[in-house]
Ligand binder design. Structure first.
Ligand SMILES: N[C@@H](CCC(=O)N[C@@H](CS)C(=O)NCC(=O)O)C(=O)O
Length: 214
């Protein structure tokens, strides 16, 4: 039995950690569950603890929460050659971490506001709320497209996937697939970036092992 268990809620940010584990070549067991309504099933929340949000990683006896935190933990422990996360003090580390944090604190924050309005707004004009909130998402995608335009590598920081891509791929896929604030606009470079991530052998392996499907 591998010492690592990934609690994987369908279809969620959990794919980030499966992709990372495949990139690291670390063996892991998946405990996967479908959502019940929009929520994680109670057995999974009881077993994994914390806030009841997924992914959750168990390494030995230690439980880890928050996909960005799990990403840093796994890189610190298993990425001994610093391929996915450059070492402390290296300026490239902070380029990678910029995207690790932006994936949750900017891209998911802005797009989830729209999903929550669709799900939860009672009364008022949901389309008007969405139009207002779309401004931030559009700026975020414009920025990503412009950074992709400047970069010579296929991925966000260089030629191979890093922790930046592990975190950003899901955010981009989530926004484009659910059309959160995109309002019929297309971002060719962003779409190509998503395709490049999903074409890696490691992402495909993670998808197959977990059954992830947005
Ligand atoms: N910031 C957290 C967010 C985790 C989160 O909200 N996960 C959602 C799925 S993407 C979840 O578990 N929802 C199930 C529920 O609310 O019951 C992270 O990056 O891990």
């Amino acid at each position: 039995m591998p010492p690592i268990t990934l609690y994987f809620l369908q279809a969620s940010r959990s794919i980030r950690i499966a992709w990372l584990l495949e990139e690291l070549g670390v063996d892991y067991e998946v405990k996967a569950a479908e959502r019940e309504g929009q929520k994680a099933p109670q057995w999974m929340k009881d077993e994994a603890g914390g806030l009841g949000k997924f992914p959750v990683l168990k390494d030995g006896e230690t439980f880890l929460y928050e996909s960005g935190n799990i990403t840093e933990y796994l890189c610190d422990k298993y990425d001994t050659e610093h391929r996915l996360l450059p070492p402390l003090g290296d300026p490239k580390r902070y380029q990678v971490l910029q995207w690790v944090h932006a994936a949750e604190a900017t891209y998911m924050l802005h797009s989830l506001a729209i999903l929550y309005a669709r799900w939860n707004q009672k009364g008022g004009d949901v389309a008007a709320t969405e139009a207002g909130l779309a401004l931030n998402v559009q700026k975020d995608l414009d920025y990503l497209a412009s950074e992709r335009g400047k970069s010579k590598g296929m991925f966000l920081v260089g030629d191979g996937p890093t922790a930046a891509d592990v975190m950003m791929e899901f955010s981009v896929d989530f926004i484009l697939t659910r059309e959160l604030g995109t309002k019929g606009r297309e971002w060719e470079r962003v779409d190509q970036y998503r395709k490049d991530c999903q074409s890696t052998a490691t992402w495909k392996k993670a998808q197959k092992k977990t059954g992830h499907q947005l």
